[in-house]
Design a protein around this ligand. Structure first.
Ligand code: ADP
Ligand code: MG
Length: 682
């Protein structure tokens, strides 16, 4: 029933609840706290000491907005409890003045600093309204996602009033054996536990059930998609003739790593099987994905088919073309390059070559998927840096020819459990070993006070004949932040420390042909220092570049820093990654994790742990429903259980038609109406 039928919910509150996605009484039950404050950890204000982290509850006895010298406005409040008073300051959040009233009771946790006396720097806070301090103490306080005009306190009140009435109306929808195997509580218990826990442990137990069911639903959808894709997709059955592939193996200047051999076995297994390959190859920067793609291409070619490798930029396509040409020279195979800037005449020639049913290997950009590019016998489609393509472009390539095998490649290493959730409908291969003989890159954190020395170091490296990148988080300066920006720093550096050097500015607002032209000049050694934003992140290979200098490292995710660092250390020379700037102690810890390892998976995991999943899911294009409670990374164990349960259920009941699955199917339908189409097809 609509929430408006509930006592205490009038039109205004109903409207605010709707903004939170709550329109029915059922939604309200599933509007679960996004965090808890454990009141047993609250300390008296008088006990807070400079340097420590603490949580306090106090009443606002005065407040106001103060300007600072930098023009930033700070909301300040003085909190008082029975033991004493402390000042709390929220820089850059003057709007809090409208929501926090004198007399309100706040729960605040954060670090205690010295700033004209003790000051609490809030990491987070909860406005308990005019609650009397006593009530929040002695139990776990549930904090709900709130919205303008509807405080978490009011939400808590509404839930308090109706929880007991609504719970008996909830019936279990997960099969009993599934619940048992996951060892999570039944739904009614779980909902009570998350809304009104008597301890943190209980709250977490309730949460685990809700996380599990989300993971289970997603796994059911993914597994279903996977099996539909399987049955409907007979592919080409290649034969491993050991002709071209063996020749390449013999001609290679190095031996394949164990991981490359394993991954190739997986890929060849797919290609020689009768189903169509849909495989994702994950491997850190420099793990040697290209050669894997080339072997796969040769398998297609020795069977008389064509193969295509698609890269996200012209520059990358050219780079692949050159390195693949070198690799295949001993076999007397010349790949074809197809990009947007190939002249019409050459393009027509390429078109006629592709129209012949002769084996060939084409390397290119999305020009490959344009209508004019017709393949007569495309047997393998490889998409490099697949996350840079839209779903449409990836599909367009695999739609060329008659169901070619598809290999997607990605340099964003994410933990397997997460990959299985995001890409559950693909098979996964992992290149988790680096080719030997790589020089380690020295990574250093340097404070602002060493700026001159760091810049001199860059100048010295250039004097030795090397090249450098300097990266900034933003293109232009703005009033809201005081970040150094690529554009201004380009001017400053070109006129200052780097005035003797050839510098250039590269950022994402340049048209892509200009970007490519600049990168080409850098690659050809016509530019010494490239001052840039993160546009240089992807796959570019300039072995002569030995310095990656990153300013405002605090503004980058660790995985992003890892991609940036991967731009150097590609030649035989010692390389450096320097993170320049004064950072907070917390950021410093984070950056030290990065400085301490070159293992992309380790970094990705640390990054996700620190940042949360938000960014990842924000960007994804895989069509996975967003998680509200679950976190596939933190809930790795639950995710594994959920996947196993999903596979078991679908084995017995592929369409989820059995009566015992009806309640589950109904709930899934409510949550993921569109995805549920998968179960209607069969
Ligand atoms: P990425 O996985 O980032 O695309 P590449 O395929 O560009 O990596 O490979 C990086 C470099 O490592 C290339 O110069 C390639 O020739 C080299 N390489 C690949 N495999 C091996 C190997 N088994 N032994 C030595 N070098 C290798
Ligand atoms: Mg690559």
């Amino acid at each position: 029933m609509p929430v408006t039928y509930l006592k205490g919910v009038g039109p205004a509150r109903a409207e605010a609840l709707r903004r939170l996605g709550v329109t029915t009484a059922g939604d309200l039950l599933y509007h679960i706290p996004h965090r808890y404050e454990d009141a047993s950890t609250i300390s008296p204000i008088a006990r807070l000491e400079v340097g420590m982290q603490g949580t306090v509850i106090g009443r606002v006895i005065s407040k106001g907005v103060l300007p600072t010298r930098k023009g930033l406005r700070v909301f300040q409040a003085v909190l008082k409890d029975d033991s004493g008073m402390i000042e709390v300051g929220w820089p850059g959040q003057p709007y809090l003045d409208r929501t926090i009233e004198k007399g309100d009771v706040l729960l605040v946790s954060g670090a205690v600093r010295f700033f004209h006396g003790r000051q609490l720097q809030p990491r987070e806070f909860v406005n308990l309204g005019d609650d009397d301090t006593g009530t929040a103490q002695g139990r776990v306080l549930a904090v709900y996602p709130a919205t303008e005009g509807l405080s978490f306190k009011v939400i808590r009140g509404i839930i308090d009033a109706h929880l007991e009435g609504l719970l008996p109306l909830v019936t279990e929808y997960l099969p009993a054996d599934v619940l048992r195997s996951a060892r999570v509580p039944a739904i009614r218990d779980a909902l009570r536990m998350v809304h009104r826990p008597t301890s943190m442990a209980e709250a977490m137990e309730g949460r685990s059930r809700l996380a599990y069911e989300e993971l289970l639903f997603v796994q059911l959808l993914q597994q279903r998609a996977k099996s539909l894709a399987r049955t409907g997709r007979l592919g080409i059955r290649f034969e491993n003739r050991r002709d071209l592939t063996t020749k390449l193996r013999e001609a290679l200047p190095f031996t394949l790593t164990g991981a490359q051999v394993r991954v190739l076995r997986e890929i060849f297994g797919d290609m020689c099987g009768e189903q169509r390959m849909q495989r994702l190859l994950q491997g850190d920067v420099g793990s040697g994905k290209t050669i894997v793609a080339v072997f796969a291409a040769l398998l297609a070619m020795e069977n008389g088919y064509q193969a295509a490798i698609m890269a996200p930029t012209e520059l990358l396509a050219e780079q692949h073309f050159q390195s693949i040409s070198r690799l295949l020279a001993p076999l007397a195979i010349e790949p074809i390059l197809l990009t947007g800037s190939i002249k019409p005449k050459a393009r027509r020639e390429i078109a006629s070559r592709l129209a012949e049913a002769r084996p060939s290997l084409v390397v290119g950009t999305h020009a490959l998927v344009q209508e004019s590019s017709q393949f007569s016998r495309l047997g393998l489609a490889v998409v490099d840096e697949q996350h840079r393509f839209g779903v449409e472009q990836r599909k367009a390539l695999s739609a060329k020819g008659e169901s070619p095998d598809v290999l997607l490649m990605s340099a964003t290493p994410i933990p397997r459990s997460l990959a299985l959730t995001l890409y559950g409908d693909l098979d996964l291969s992992l290149l988790d070993e680096r080719p030997p003989g790589r020089q380690p890159i020295t990574t250093a954190l340097r404070p602002e006070s060493t700026r001159d020395r760091v810049l001199e170091f860059v100048v010295r490296e250039v004097a030795k004949g090397r090249q450098a990148y300097v990266v900034y988080p933003v293109i232009e300066e703005s009033e809201k932040t005081d970040l150094k920006a690529a554009t201004t720093m380009f001017e400053l550096l070109s006129a200052g420390a780097f005035r003797e050097l050839r510098t250039a500015l590269l950022h994402g607002r340049l048209p892509s042909d200009e970007k490519d032209a600049l990168m080409r000049r850098f690659r050809d050694g016509d530019i010494d220092v490239l001052i840039a934003t993160t546009v240089i992140e992807v796959g570019i290979d300039v072995p002569n570049a030995t310095v990656m200098l990153v300013e405002h490292p605090e503004r980058f995710g660790l995985s992003q820093l890892h991609q940036l660092r991967g731009r150097v250390g590609r030649g035989g020379e010692q390389s450096w990654c320097v993170l320049l700037g004064d950072v907070s102690p917390i950021t410093r810890q984070r950056l030290e994790i990065f400085a301490g390892t070159e293992d992309g998976f380790e970094i990705a995991r640390a990054d996700l742990d620190l940042r949360g999943m938000g960014d990842l899911f924000g960007e994804r294009q895989s069509g996975v429903p967003t998680f509200r409670v679950a976190d596939p990374l933190r809930d790795e164990q639950l995710n594994v259980l959920a996947r196993d349960a999903a596979v078991r259920m679908l084995e017995k009941d592929p369409d989820l038609e059995a009566p015992e699955h009806a309640p589950l199917k109904r709930v899934m339908g409510e949550r993921y109406a569109r995805s549920l189409e998968l179960f209607r097809v069969g």
